[in-house]
Design a protein around this ligand. Structure first.
Ligand code: PTJ
Length: 247
């Protein structure tokens, strides 16, 4: 039992969620390593949503609202860390979920689907009847009506090459990745350098706010966004945070 008064309470509770995910068989053991890597970057950004990340979250909400066939990709870490929040976002922007795993086993896919359904997920693409071209690992397996034919895909905590393959399929890719230097972060159209625990609720909040906006103003927001500049801002924010942390 972690006391609420512990100075690292939130971070430790997040760890508990990931460990719980592994114990329930929804998160891969490699997910623990990914979480550790994420934590290190979160430390560098000051464990808060920076200006650039907030801006990317708003643009992501606009893109999801504008999309004709948006899909939210879910892996074992996402299912353990933010299951309710991802379902709420799915409802807010009308984007079905699809489980897509790097360390894929049919058992884990089914457990994640059951977990999401038990928490109220309405629309989940569950077939694996199509392949993303150019990928020779398990992440290539997708639903022909889901990720395969989506126009916009939200990919939180990616491992790299699927993001590029989706971009090559001419899809618009929104990534959530605490590492601004990762291949995913560099290849996506909109990269949110933030912890998924903060990013998903923020995107949902922006979606609720932007729902009332005209399509043209959403398009304006999207067109004005430059991912390279925003990634450079994320790195500047890390440097600024490190400089102010020096004693
Ligand atoms: O469930 P599976 O089989 O699909 O596997 C999922 C993981 C995440 C294990 C797999 O995709 C993987 O190995 O990913 P990587 O290569 O470790 O990359 C994960 C990226 O997400 C890294 O750049 C981390 O910094 C970042 N990351 C980790 N935790 C978080 C995060 N970004 C945002 N929020 C986090 N909580």
């Amino acid at each position: 039992m972690i006391p609420k008064s512990h100075p690292r309470y939130e971070s430790l509770m997040t760890r508990e969620k990931i460990v719980g995910g592994v114990e329930k068989g929804i998160t891969s053991i490699h997910g623990l390593i990914a979480q550790g890597r994420g934590e290190a970057f979160d430390y560098l950004i000051g464990e808060k949503t920076g200006k650039g990340a907030l801006h990317a979250e708003k643009v992501a909400a606009a893109l999801l609202l504008l999309a004709k066939r948006p899909v939210i990709s879910v892996n074992g870490n996402v299912a353990a860390l933010v299951p309710e929040e991802i379902i709420k976002l799915s409802d807010a922007v009308n984007a079905p979920l699809e489980v897509n795993l790097f360390h894929r086993t049919e058992e884990r896919v089914n457990r994640i689907i059951q977990h999401l359904r038990s928490l109220g997920a309405k629309k989940i693409y569950t077939k694996s009847n199509a392949l993303i071209p150019g990928l020779d690992h398990e992440r290539a397996k997708v639903d022909s009506e889901g990720i395969f034919s989506a126009d916009i895909v939200l990919v939180p905590l990616e491992d790299g090459d699927r993001c590029r393959a989706l971009v090559e399929m001419r899809k618009t890719v929104i990534a959530i990745d605490l590492n601004p230097l990762s291949r995913t972060a560099q290849d996506a159209h909109v990269t949110i350098v933030d912890n998924i625990m903060r990013a998903i609720p923020n995107i949902s909040e922006f979606a609720e706010e932007l729902k009332r906006s005209k399509e043209e103003s959403l398009e304006k927001l999207v067109d004005a966004f430059n991912n390279k500049e925003n990634l450079a801002l994320a790195i500047d924010e890390i440097i600024a945070h490190l400089q102010t942390s020096q004693r």
